[in-house]
Structure formats: structure tokens, C-alpha cells
Design a binder for this molecule. Structure first.
Ligand SMILES: Cc1cc2nc3c(=O)[nH]c(=O)nc-3n(C[C@H](O)[C@H](O)[C@H](O)COP(=O)(O)OP(=O)(O)OC[C@H]3O[C@@H](n4cnc5c(N)ncnc54)[C@H](O)[C@@H]3O)c2cc1C
Length: 462
């Protein structure tokens, strides 16, 4: 069946990348006819049964935490990283000043829709002192300004964006884009799962990490060139908030880089959540770990990820599969996410509920299974994580305490990267790929900015 209406632009995915593409297109006087196809629900209908009924995960067909209006960002912590060096790879396509300008532009839109005025990490003097302290301990502190929306406020902001966009744009919720239709090398439209074909002139693919496997399969089918990114594997660390406070009060999200002595691997801190909570993330059959914090609710703990990036050697070229395999091992042994006290790991014994209860850190993720991460995480990664904890301890004493909790595993699947022009257009004209799913971004701000880049390019050719 062919849909009667024809569109100028179809956007697949209503995460930040898709939403900002739509906002930019609708700002123009040209007012192109737009359709957004989103496999999840509208923001007001998104509710994880786990949170609402306090039950175990029922593994819904589409996960309400990751899919729907707002994408993975809807229940995210809403930390907007305002530095071009953080949260994505836009600098591969644009020069740094252009990226900076774009970031300021999308940041302004977030503020317009309700993000708070306050920015963390803009005290240059304090940052310099921290940078010095980090460098004498072989760490690099990447300065990053952060605007913190908070998980609770994110939802309100997304509702407002939805209200504005839906007035001038069609939105299909709970609908999967199944195939991209290309005939004689030219983009024609999108086929839905029920076979319906919708015609359009331009396509913006913004399916996020949730849709990255679909995008990879479609790209292969369409003979688009795929480049590989490394997979990041690590743990989520949870400790008493005062331990990290000397850093978090200066820069909300201390981004620290370290090259390990033993393997010379790159290790970094990621997604620091002062007074936050550790959460589970369900991704196509596997449980991984993540974290967030609320603007108006505090736990006693701070959590952050330690991630190790490595490249694989030929002939192996399936980093996603490797990451999934390691995460599955934790699920297999821990029936979900596993937690271990650092002291137990170092003493070569598993954690138990009793041992965890003797610790001074109360786990905020209460249904993680106490276990032994040394059965799960490969030796190389474990060594890298231990070295990083030791290095961090030198600038924030207490990080390497035996009470520190490690949750496993945190895996970041940014493996697929499409070959794109500087305007984020694929090798097939009129098809653009933006956001996390295309390997362009790794966070809200750059995902949003990438949507703007594609929209502007389309507007130029209208
Ligand atoms: C728990 C958590 C906390 C986070 N915290 C932060 C943070 O504090 N700061 C930060 O910068 N980033 C954070 N992130 C990352 C951030 O949410 C993502 O970088 C961002 O959402 C990526 O935007 P996107 O639009 O590319 O993709 P997404 O937000 O993933 O949106 C993609 C959308 O496309 C839909 N989709 C996929 N395939 C199809 C298809 N075939 N048909 C129709 N629809 C489809 C999906 O359902 C989804 O709604 C967090 C992520 C998580 C999971």
C-alpha cells in the first residue's frame, strides 16, 4: 500500500537528533511537509513497568526507557556537555568553531524550552588547579561546561517541544521504519513494517543506539560504506558523594583520561552523577548498567563509569558482538547486572548480600546481584580499571576504597559509523544520518546539533 500523502522530509526516530532536525526545519519560512516515524510511544505514555509497579523487567517489545518521544534522552540525566571535545564526533565533519557555534545554538534552544540558566564548570581558575593536580598524577582533565537539566525536568521540556512540533508536522508513534526505499540510486521513501510505503524527497535517519543495528543492516543492504568504532567496556563505580566532591563541585562532570601503564589502553571517566542513582539499561536482550541524577532528589552516593576503549585486531571486526558477549556473561552469572565491592574483588572473593551490607556504600541499584566481576570482565579490562581507580584515588582520596562498589558491565556500543559528507549526507543523495545511531554523537547536545546540520543542508536545497 502506498500512503496517499507525500512528504518533503521523513525523519526516522524522535530522539534529540530527530527532534532538533524537525525544530530547525519548521523554523524556516519554507515549512516543508515533515513526517516523524517513531517506534516508541508519545512522551506522556512512556512509562517503564519496572518503575511504575516496582516489578522485575518484563522486557517490553519496545523499551519505554529508550524508545519514544525524546529517545534515550527522555529519562536521561539531561547533562548537556557544552564542549566540542565531549559527547560526539562532530569535529570530524565541521571545524571546531562551527561545532562550538552549533553547540551554543542548540544549548540556547534547550534553555528556551526550560533548561536552567546555571552552567557548571565555567570557573577557569579552579579548573586550572584541577588540571594541574590531574596532570601530576598522569591524568588529563578535559575541561567541560555542563548544563544540568535533571531527569525530572527533561520530561517537561520534551512535552513542550512535542506541543510545538506536532502543530506543523505529522508524527507516527509505535511505528517501525522497516526499509529505506532506494530506486536507481535515488531515495524514494520509507517502507513500514506492515508494508505501507511513504514517499518523500529527503530522509533523516536518527534511530539512536536503539536502532543502530537496524541502521547497520539497512546500510549493508544499500551498500553504504561502514567504518568501525572501538567498543567501550567497563564498570559503573558508586561511592560516597563527598569522596568526589572536591572535583564535582568545580566541574559537575569531571572528564578524566588516562593511559594505562600495562597495556597503554585509553581509559576514561564517563557520565558522572553526583548524588545520583545507578540504573539498569535493557538493550535488545541484554542488561547493562548506567546512571543518572535528579535535579530535585539526592542520594548519598555519586556514580560514574570507567570505560576502556580498545581496538581489535584483524580478522576480528565485530566490536558490537564482543561488547554484547561480555555483557551477556554478567547477565548469565548474575541474572542481570552484577555488583561487587572493590575490596572483595581485590581479595579474590565474590561479594554477597551480607558483605555488601557491611560496606559503607548502600547500593542505589537494589536489584543488582552480588557476585564476582573477575569471572566476567577480561583480564586486560580489569587491569585497566584497577589502574584507573588507583590514579583517581590520588586526586580524590577514597575512590580506591574497599567499600567502593563496582557494577558490571557498562558497555557503550558506538560501533557503527557511516561514511558521511560534512553535511552528514550518506553516499546516497538526500539520505542523511545523524545522532548516536550513525556514530556521529554520543550525547544529547551533539545528537541535537547533528540534527540541525542535516536540516540546514536540506533547507539549502529546497
Ligand atoms: C540512562 C541514560 C542516561 C543518559 N544521560 C545522558 C546525559 O546526561 N547527557 C547526555 O548528553 N547524554 C546522555 N545519554 C545519552 C543520550 O540520551 C543520547 O546520546 C541521545 O539520546 C542520542 O540521541 P539520538 O536522537 O541520536 O538517539 P535516541 O535518543 O536513542 O533516539 C532514537 C529514537 O529512534 C527510535 N527508533 C530507532 N529505530 C527506529 C525505527 N526503525 N523506526 C522508528 N523509530 C526508531 C527509537 O525508538 C528512539 O526513540 C544518556 C543515555 C541513557 C540511556
Amino acid at each position: 500500500m502506498t500512503y496517499a500523502k507525500r512528504y518533503v522530509v521523513i525523519i526516522v526516530g524522535a530522539g534529540p537528533a530527530g527532534i532538533f532536525a524537525a525544530l530547525e526545519l519548521l523554523k524556516s519560512e519554507k515549512k516543508p511537509r515533515i513526517l516523524i516515524i517513531e517506534k516508541g510511544k508519545d512522551i506522556v505514555r512512556r512509562a517503564c513497568p519496572l518503575k511504575v509497579k516496582n516489578i522485575s523487567c518484563t522486557t517490553c517489545r519496545e523499551c519505554d526507557l529508550l524508545s519514544g518521544w525524546g529517545g534515550a534522552g527522555a529519562f536521561s540525566d539531561g547533562k548537556l556537555s557544552l564542549s566540542p571535545d565531549v559527547g560526539g564526533f562532530l569535529s570530524r565533519y565541521l571545524d571546531k568553531d562551527e561545532v562550538k557555534e552549533l553547540i551554543d545554538y542548540v544549548d540556547g534552544i534547550y534553555v528556551h524550552y526550560g533548561a536552567p540558566d546555571h552552567v557548571f564548570g565555567d570557573n577557569a581558575e579552579d579548573i586550572q588547579v584541577l588540571q594541574k593536580q590531574a596532570s601530576i598524577n598522569n591524568l588529563v582533565l578535559v575541561p567541560s561546561k555542563i548544563r544540568h537539566i535533571g531527569t525530572d525536568r527533561c520530561r517537561v521540556l520534551l512535552e513542550k517541544m512535542h506541543d510545538d512540533i506536532r502543530r506543523d508536522c505529522d508524527i507516527l508513534f509505535q511505528t517501525d521504519a522497516h526499509n529505506v526505499i532506494v530506486q536507481d540510486g535515488a531515495f524514494r521513501g520509507v517502507r513500514l513494517q506492515d508494508g505501507t510505503e511513504i514517499k518523500a524527497d529527503f530522509l533523516i535517519l536518527a534511530p539512536g543506539r536503539e536502532g543502530s543495528r537496524w541502521l547497520e543492516e539497512e546500510s549493508k543492504r544499500l551498500n553504504l560504506t561502514l567504518l568501525k568504532n572501538p567498543v567501550d567496556i567497563g564498570v559503573r563505580v558508586e561511592l560516597p558523594a563527598p569522596v568526589l566532591e572536591p572535583l564535582t563541585k568545580i566541574t559537575y562532570e569531571p572528564k578524566l583520561l588516562f593511559y594505562t601503564k600495562r597495556f597503554d589502553d585509553k581509559v576514561r571517566t564517563f557520565c558522572v552523577n553526583p548524588y545520583g542513582e545507578v540504573v539498569k539499561e535493557y538493550l535488545k536482550g541484554i542488561w547493562t548498567v548506567n546512571g543518572h541524577s535528579y535535579a530535585d532528589r539526592r542520594s548519598n552516593n555519586t556514580n560514574f563509569a570507567i570505560l576502556v576503549s580498545t581496538f581489535f585486531t584483524e580478522p576480528f571486526d565485530e566490536p558490537i558482538l564482543y561488547g554484547r558477549y561480555v555483557a551477556q556473561l554478567a547477565n548469565f552469572l548474575g541474572k542481570g547486572v552484577m555488583v561487587q565491592r572493590l575490596g572483595d574483588l581485590l581479595s579474590g572473593r565474590r561479594s554477597t548480600h551480607e558483605r555488601i551490607s557491611k560496606g559503607i556504600v548502600r547500593p542505589t541499584l537494589t536489584d543488582a546481584t552480588p557476585g564476582d566481576l573477575s569471572f566476567v570482565i577480561p583480564y586486560r579490562y580489569l587491569c585497566d580499571i584497577m589502574e584507573m581507580l588507583e590514579a583517581l584515588d590520588r586526586i580524590a582520596p577514597g575512590v580506591n576504597s574497599r567499600h567502593t562498589l563496582l557494577y558490571g558491565v557498562e558497555v557503550k556500543f558506538y560501533s557503527m559509523q557511516l561514511k558521511l559528507t560534512d553535511a552528514l549526507e550518506t553516499e546516497i543523495p538526500h539520505i542523511f544520518a545523524v545522532g548516536d545511531g550513525a556514530g556521529v554523537s554520543r550525547g544529547l547536545i551533539q545528537a541535537s546539533a547533528s540534527g540541525v546540520v542535516a536540516a540546514r543542508e536540506i533547507l539549502k536545497s529546497l
